[in-house]
Write a protein that binds this ligand. Sequence first.
Ligand code: CTP
Ligand code: MG
Length: 171
Amino acid sequence: MEFISSLLWAFWYILPAYVANASPVLVGGGRPIDGGRLWKDGRRVLGDGKTWRGLIGGVSLGTAVGVPQYFITPDFYGSLKTAIVLAFLLSFGALLGDLVGSFIKRRVNLPRGAPAVGLDQLGFLISALALAYPVKTLDSGQIIFLLIVSPFIHWGANYFAYKMGWKSVPW
Ligand code: CTP
Ligand code: MG
């Protein structure tokens, strides 16, 4: 029972990062963050899949999740400010990891939207956990659990978005 509950807390903790990572597909679009610029290798710095609207919208929506989270489980966070700062760091971390992932994909010549197994599913998670670490962290068992289940959630969410017509590829 205690084991199950620790896994549920891990989901609760990481929720803002999942929301931040999932929302750009709906709220993104428009001007790309790299402004269309090329890196020294002649390829795009990040590509058209990374937009300002996706970044700002995703960070905002993910951060907003911290508010209901605090009111539902105040003891888990201690204060509203902690919950919001944590949600912001998880969200910003998730989308920063996503940008780093795209930067790496462009450097190895993968076009926008091409799958990069591992990077696509875990980059955002590792970066979110790292940025949030100073405020509040999980124990190592919970982190391992998230590393194992997040790729499946990521694939499931992307398949759903594809079926809904929000995305052109199911990954
Ligand atoms: N998106 C966005 N801004 C971001 C991140 C994502 O607008 N900062 C939107 C884009 O429409 C993108 C979609 O969400 O196509 C899905 O995100 P993702 O799979 O991360 O991007 P890809 O198109 O696969 O691009 P990349 O190959 O660079 O990962
Ligand atoms: Mg993708």
